[in-house]
Write a protein that binds this ligand. Structure first.
Ligand code: ADP
Ligand code: MG
Length: 660
């Protein structure tokens, strides 16, 4: 480590001012950063009473030379920067040269340190900023800092500290974030005499995450690896089924530093749109690396806030990184934490003994931090940031080519499952296809006498030639339970499919993939009376509605006329649907276009999908399962509920105690 210089006043002033020591966790953060900057491989943190009475940080880093020891405790004394230019290229965690001085001013500090080149180490005691003792001492290479009785000389500050548990939790949270961002360093955390966690320091991020956040958290993760525009995004992000009740499981790091960034949260959560349940938040441990000059770390003294110079690029990188990761997701597994055996009446009373017990839950110490993280989250999505990302076409977009010529007006009729006819459109010569459609009367008095017309429409051959090009999957349908769940045997697994959720998702994807949804003219146009707001909102969005398959026009007197609706919705109560959409449009005036469309597609898919409880024929089930299993992108319904849950043969054998 270079020698220590006292910063000239002008540089000191350049550095954002601020309180360094606010609570015990600020001491820990500063000390840990110093230990990391010193190149340590092992770092132990021990605290008592939430760090209020005792903090010890021991490392095996480079140590401080005897003649630099006193200097290290002077304000603005640092070995990490020399000049103002260095501020633009900060590669170390600390750089303000304030920590040791500030901590020593408000507590009783003992330092024990030795460098490699020294035979004997140094012991230094400084209480309330006053030197107490400087002596030689025998110790290993590295540094130990002990802080006792924080704020003993400013009782007013002490009053602002929370209870020991809470302060201890703040420390745990800081240590957790640092431990996962340095998997090559082994961290030990001892809290009131008990080992809280210890990371192996083997350089493997997943093993560090496991050691810190536990098994359940780690098992719900998918790897992230993305690079664009000189920005790399790595780490892990949660499977949609591993969504948590708060954002406390989200950890972002910029150039190795833990940051709180509403923009990153929004980018991450945008990637989970339509695949995570409402009210659930994806956990993540995501590292964003970018040139040091592209980020300003000098924004806030606590250094958890950052300012990016090119927000849009970072947003895109996080969003795309998470989106790519989600393609590695597998089907959710059926959870058999407590095995329940079916018992025929005859053997009731003769209790079966089952050995399986639920997995251990997470440690109690995190609860307070979690509550803290639940605080209000505010980040206004800049439409320019999201818009482009949302409209970026997905690589596997499927183009359906089916034109439906069904015209069913009987709303009691049960809906049959509709399929994407083919994903493999053959480019062939054009053909003329003749279909009969009902045209719409142009004025109100014509409403009563709809006329039929023959319309000649130009279509591609692929529109009319039906082709069964779905890749073959070897499966066997076992049956359907409760008119809701379809059971399928596939290789060594049994799949349980929620038919409504699956169909809803298939339709949703289909609507999204079409540039304009296919419309069916209504035999009798529907007029809908709306509130002034809704009425205006609909008329302002006629183009959007047209894209979604609705043709609407002004009918005057706060009424609109629906002339055509998406083919899939024939037979549904159009008036209710339009009122629902109008209500949404009126209260989401400022929502961006792709989001509005998504919402409308949701509502369409939900209505058009086969309902749980409806009868489905064997043939329909077979075609449906075939379609579903050939589509790897169908995993969750648009509300984030899983579509397929699988049980392996092995799992079943375990349940029946054939194997252990
Ligand atoms: P900064 O980290 O901003 O430079 P600090 O007040 O935290 O300022 O530390 C002052 C100096 O003390 C550091 O620049 C470093 O040279 C030295 N130092 C502090 N802690 C350690 C440590 N654990 N190992 C080696 N050197 C340290
Ligand atoms: Mg420091």
């Amino acid at each position: 480590m270079p020698r220590i210089n006292v910063l000239p006043k002008n540089i000191a002033d350049l550095i954002a001012a601020g309180e360094v020591v606010e609570r015990p966790s600020s001491v820990i953060k500063e000390f840990l950063e110093n230990s990391i900057d010193a190149g340590s491989k092992n770092i132990t943190v021990e605290i008592k009473n939430g760090g209020k009475t005792y903090i010890r940080v021991t490392d095996n880093g480079c140590g401080i030379e005897k003649e630099d020891v006193k200097k290290a405790f002077l304000s603005h004394a640092t070995s990490k920067i020399n000049s103002a230019e260095d501020l633009d290229n900060i590669g170390t965690l600390g750089f303000r040269g304030e920590a040791l001085a500030s901590v020593a001013a408000v507590s009783k500090v003992e330092l024990l340190t030795r460098t490699e080149n020294e035979e004997v180490g140094t012991s230094y005691k400084i209480f309330g900023g006053e030197e107490v003792e400087l002596t030689e001492a025998g110790c290993p290479v590295g540094t130990t800092l002990i802080v006792r009785d924080l704020f003993y000389n400013i009782p007013a500050r002490m009053k602002f500290l929370k209870k020991d548990v809470q302060e201890g939790n703040y420390i745990a949270s800081i240590l957790e974030n640092i431990a996962v961002s340095y998997p090559q360093i082994s961290f030990k955390f001892i809290r009131d005499g008990k080992l809280n966690f210890s990371t192996p320091g083997d350089g493997d991020l997943k093993s560090a995450i496991y050691a810190v956040f536990g098994r359940e958290y780690t098992e719900g993760l998918l790897p992230v690896q993305y690079e664009a525009n000189g920005i790399t995004v790595t780490g892990f992000t949660g499977k949609p089924t591993a969504g948590k009740g708060s954002r406390s499981g989200q950890h972002f790091f910029v150039n190795g530093r833990y940051v709180k960034s509403p923009m990153c949260i929004t980018a991450l959560e945008t990637a989970y749109k339509n695949s995570i349940m409402v009210g659930k938040f994806p956990p993540c441990v995501i590292f964003i690396n970018l040139p040091f000059s592209a980020v300003d770390v000098n924004v806030h003294p606590a250094k958890t806030e950052v300012r990016f110079f090119e927000e849009k690029k970072i947003f895109d990188a996080v969003y795309q990184g998470a989106l790519n990761a989600l393609t590695y997701d597998t089907r959710p597994k059926a959870a058999f934490s407590v095995a329940k055996a079916f018992m025929p009446e005859a053997v009731k009373g003769e209790q079966l003994k089952l050995t399986e017990t639920p997995e251990k839950v997470e440690s109690e110490s995190r609860t307070a931090v979690a509550t803290e993280e639940k605080k209000e989250f505010k980040y206004e999505i800049k439409s320019s940031l999201v818009k482009e990302s949302l409209t970026t076409p997905k690589p596997e977009t499927v183009k359906p080519s089916k034109i439906s010529s069904k015209l069913t007006l009987n709303s009691n009729e049960e809906k049959s499952i509709d399929f994407l006819e083919t994903e493999y459109v053959k480019p062939t010569e054009k053909k003329l296809n003749i279909s009969i459609i009902n045209t719409v009367p142009s004025s109100a008095d014509e409403l009563s006498k709809p006329e039929e017309k023959i319309l000649i429409k130009e279509t591609k051959e692929s529109d009319v030639v039906k082709e069964d090009a779905t890749p073959s999957v070897d499966f066997r349908i076992i049956g359907e339970a409760f008119k809701t769940y379809i059971f399928v045997e596939l290789e060594d697994k049994m799949l349980m499919i929620d038919k409504h959720a699956a169909h809803e998702r298939i339709l949703f994807e289909k609507f999204k993939a079409q540039n304009i949804s296919y419309q069916q003219m209504l035999l009798v146009p529907v007029t809908v009376s709306l509130s002034p707001d809704e009425y205006n909102a609909v008329l302002e969005n006629t183009e959007l509605l047209y894209k979604a398959g609705y043709e609407v026009s002004d009918f005057g007197d706060r009424c609109i006329k629906v002339n055509a609706c998406p083919t899939e919705l024939i037979g549904e109560d159009i008036s209710t649907l339009i009122t629902e959409i109008a209500g949404y449009l009126a209260s989401n005036v400022r929502t961006i276009m792709p989001e509005k469309l998504d919402w409308i597609y949701h509502s369409m898919a939900c209505r058009a999908a086969i309902k749980a409880g409806n009868t489905t024929t064997d043939l329909e089930i077979e075609r449906f399962v075939k379609e579903l299993l050939s589509r790897d992108d169908i995993r969750y319904c648009p509300h984030g509920r899983p579509v397929i849950v699988e049980v392996t043969k092995r799992e079943l054998e375990k349940q029946f105690k054939r194997i252990v």
